[in-house]
Design a protein around this ligand. Structure first.
Ligand SMILES: Cc1cc2nc3c(=O)[nH]c(=O)nc-3n(C[C@H](O)[C@H](O)[C@H](O)COP(=O)(O)OP(=O)(O)OC[C@H]3O[C@@H](n4cnc5c(N)ncnc54)[C@H](O)[C@@H]3O)c2cc1C
Ligand SMILES: *[C@@H]1O[C@H](CO)[C@@H](O)[C@H](O)[C@H]1NC(C)=O
Ligand SMILES: *[C@@H]1O[C@H](CO)[C@@H](O)[C@H](O)[C@H]1NC(C)=O
Ligand SMILES: *[C@@H]1O[C@H](CO)[C@@H](O)[C@H](O)[C@H]1NC(C)=O
Ligand SMILES: *[C@@H]1O[C@H](CO)[C@@H](O)[C@H](O)[C@H]1NC(C)=O
Ligand SMILES: *[C@@H]1O[C@H](CO)[C@@H](O)[C@H](O)[C@H]1NC(C)=O
Ligand SMILES: *[C@@H]1O[C@H](CO)[C@@H](O)[C@H](O)[C@H]1NC(C)=O
Ligand SMILES: *[C@@H]1O[C@H](CO)[C@@H](O)[C@H](O)[C@H]1NC(C)=O
Ligand SMILES: *[C@@H]1O[C@H](CO)[C@@H](O)[C@H](O)[C@H]1NC(C)=O
Ligand SMILES: *[C@@H]1O[C@H](CO)[C@@H](O)[C@H](O)[C@H]1NC(C)=O
Length: 567
């Protein structure tokens, strides 16, 4: 691993020596999901030099990363940032939430579900003022990241080969199925008026289907952005990574055509020493809660908020740190009458459906419609997308199910259910000028009555699915919510108390027009700057009908094409 530099005071010297011959082209802040993907594509050109600053280590040899059977073990360990969250407005405390602090970032510690959104999501992103970010281009960029391994024929898993990429770096595959229980679950959903979908990965998201994980089928290990985009390419002399290097702020050098020009980035190494690295272009890939604080400390963001911390404004961008939407999910747990074998990696089924479908057998759709009101802090541009998607009956509610298998215990089937697109809109902002301090994260869940009502009806629908044969025959007991939770009012109270993080925050530096609260333009360049870009989950403008990681890879793949075109 010769190009892996353990951070020391020497790094700045190394880079500045090199820069007398050839200045560093790109400095990528954050060696996570988006950061390593963009760094990989940029370094395909041997004339392009890239240095990645990563706050964590390399994670090599850590089974909590490589083994998907150990999902969750890494949370709370030193490869997890353990971000504190502010109490919800209703007083419930969610406490510390996970994000990867290691090469690979959150792709190294997440649930590994690899799923894409619906074509309609992406068409609306383009229509909102992002030329080129349409369904064809985003799906093509996403396929470019994926290498799909079809399941063995006797697994009887339905999928569509052409809905997947087959030559990208990120391995995707299905888990060992647990027949017949899981087929019975699909049948119960269908028997209760739901749909089965052949595949959710090709831009048509509607119904229940098996979903892939980012996983190598040969040895069942997790595919992270580090195993996919960095380790096999670490021999490239132009692809350097500096570990244990936490960036604190951007250093500006001048103004060109009214835009602030970055000279480089200040970072702190493991010993606490501060250094500066200069580069022609700075790419922030520090994540949805990592990138906005770096900009705020550098004078970019809400001018009034920064003034209150004594930070001089460089670019007034009031949308930065706003529009952060995280999905609350509600656990619904059922003990089976039987014990599934321990030896398999959890298989998983994903159920997505429109609210109209969710309300088909219960709940008051007219009431839901009356609650569909834009929260004061949600930009019109985002609400208007949601309005269109709602009227078109796009997938809104999602549930994913997996068996929880503990040795010697009856298997529990967990349904984690929630709204794919909550209206309640949160924020992330620094509350101190300390470069190493955590930002204040506010989810703002349940501030929209629409979210409460829709989630309660969706949870009751799950209860109804699971009480429908043939799956109901496998259930020995409902573990959560307690048996006393029956009516919609009961479910409303339950979801607000038990709703927990879906780990899918996006949007804190949205790609939208500046007047609409946007932070980056369709080239992913930060407004008001000449050479600062963001490539991570912060720029995803609105929650799509699928999970975020494939979207982060797609943003990096498309950004690479845009950079190449601008050469
Ligand atoms: C527990 C969990 C479960 C999830 N499950 C799924 C799932 O099953 N499917 C799915 O699609 N998505 C899932 N997600 C979400 C998905 O993993 C993320 O949306 C995605 O990985 C985010 O990519 P990113 O590039 O924005 O950030 P990250 O991958 O988190 O990368 C940010 C990187 O920047 C580094 N960094 C941060 N600040 C600094 C700094 N100041 N200086 C230097 N480096 C810094 C971090 O250490 C990290 O390596 C899950 C997330 C979590 C946490
Ligand atoms: C790299 O630079 C060399 C020397 O300037 C040039 O000959 C070569 O074509 C360049 N390669 C690429 C891929 O741009
Ligand atoms: C793996 O996770 C377990 C459980 O959280 C923890 O005790 C252990 O230290 C972790 N291993 C590493 C290498 O971090
Ligand atoms: C599929 O076939 C393999 C090899 O014969 C066998 O080990 C496995 O149990 C079968 N799987 C299923 C789901 O039937
Ligand atoms: C799994 O297989 C991949 C690809 O062959 C290999 O690079 C990796 O080291 C293997 N991991 C383990 C833990 O065996
Ligand atoms: C980095 O850029 C700053 C601002 O332009 C400059 O003062 C400094 O000398 C540069 N450092 C190096 C090592 O080039
Ligand atoms: C900017 O910050 C001020 C002070 O915190 C706040 O009152 C205002 O609402 C913020 N603006 C936006 C658009 O969030
Ligand atoms: C669930 O079933 C109950 C009892 O039949 C019914 O009253 C309720 O409306 C159903 N809810 C949903 C969301 O289907
Ligand atoms: C700032 O936010 C952090 C993280 O939520 C929190 O621990 C701290 O108490 C907050 N400080 C102030 C002054 O609000
Ligand atoms: C559990 O229920 C299923 C479905 O009714 C049945 O086929 C199976 O035999 C039961 N298993 C046990 C161990 O009772």
């Amino acid at each position: 691993m010769s190009t892996l530099i353990r951070s020391s005071g020497l790094l700045a010297t190394l880079v500045s020596c090199a820069s007398s011959v050839h200045a560093l082209d790109y400095l990528v802040v954050g060696g996570g999901t988006g950061g390593l993907a963009i760094a990989n594509r940029l370094t395909e050109n041997p004339n392009t030099s890239v240095l990645v600053l990563e706050a964590g280590g390399d994670g090599l040899g850590n089974a909590n990363i490589s083994s998907l059977a150990l999902v969750g073990a890494a949370w709370g360990t030193d490869i997890d940032w353990q971000f504190p969250t502010e109490p919800l407005p209703n007083g419930v405390s969610i406490g510390k939430v996970p994000r990867g602090k290691v090469l690979g970032g959150s792709s190294a510690i997440n649930g590994a579900v690899f799923s894409r959104g619906d074509r309609r999501d992406y068409q609306l992103w383009e229509a909102a003022g992002n030329p080129g970010w349409n369904a064809n281009n985003i799906l093509a960029a996403s396929f470019k990241s994926e290498h799909f391994y079809p399941p063995p024929a006797n697994w009887s898993i339905e999928y569509v080969t052409s809905d997947h990429g087959n030559s990208g770096p990120v391995a995707t595959s299905f888990g060992n199925p647990a027949p017949p229980i899981q087929q019975d679950m699909i049948n119960s959903v269908v028997n209760y008026g739901g749909k089965q979908s052949p595949d959710l990965a090709g831009g048509h998201v509607d119904g229940m289907a098996w979903v892939t994980h980012a996983r190598l089928p040969s040895n069942q290990t997790r595919a992270t952005s580090a195993t996919a985009y960095y380790f096999p390419y670490s021999y490239r002399p132009n692809f350097k990574v500096s570990l244990y290097s936490q960036a604190t702020r951007i250093i500006w050098k001048s103004t060109a055509n009214g835009n602030a020009v970055a000279a480089g980035v200040e970072y702190v190494d493991q010993s606490g020493a501060t250094h500066v690295v200069n580069a022609s272009t700075v790419i922030l890939s520090a994540g949805v809660w990592g990138s906005p604080p770096i900009l705020e400390r550098s004078g970019v963001g809400n001018k009034t908020l920064l003034a209150s911390l004594g930070i001089n404004s460089v670019v007034d961008l009031p949308g930065l740190g706003e529009n952060m939407v995280e999905q609350p999910i509600v656990p619904m747990l059922y003990a089976l009458n039987t014990t599934l074998p321990l030896n398999s990696v959890s298989p998983l089924l994903l159920n997505l459906e429109s609210l109209q479908e969710t309300f088909a057998k219960g709940g008051d759709l007219a009431k839901l419609q009356s609650l569909f009101v834009k929260p004061a802090n949600m930009p019109d541009a985002i609400f208007n997308m949601y309005k269109t998607l709602y009227s078109e009956g796009a997938a809104w509610f999602e549930g994913y199910t997996l068996p929880v298998i503990q040795a010697g215990q009856p298997t529990i089937i967990a349904w984690y259910s929630g709204l794919g697109r909550p209206l309640s809109t949160g924020s992330v902002h620094i509350n101190s000028t300390d470069g190493l301090a955590y930002p204040a994260i506010q989810y703002n869940w349940w501030t929209s009555p629409f979210d409460v009502y829709a989630t309660a009806v969706a949870a009751q629908r799950i209860q109804n699915f699971t009480s429908t044969p043939p799956f109901s025959d496998w259930i020995a007991a409902r573990i959560a919510p307690p048996a006393s939770v029956v009516s919609i009012d009961d479910f409303s109270a339950y979801v607000q108390a038990a709703g927990t993080q879906g780990n899918h925050p996006i949007g804190s530096a949205a790609m939208l027009p500046r007047a609409d609260g946007g932070v980056v333009d369709p080239n992913l360049k930060v407004y008001g700057t000449a050479n600062v870009y963001i490539i991570d989950a912060s720029v995803i403008p609105a929650q799509p009908s699928g999970h975020p990681q494939a979207h982060v890879y797609a943003f990096a793949e498309r950004a690479a094409q845009l950079f190449a075109a601008s050469y």
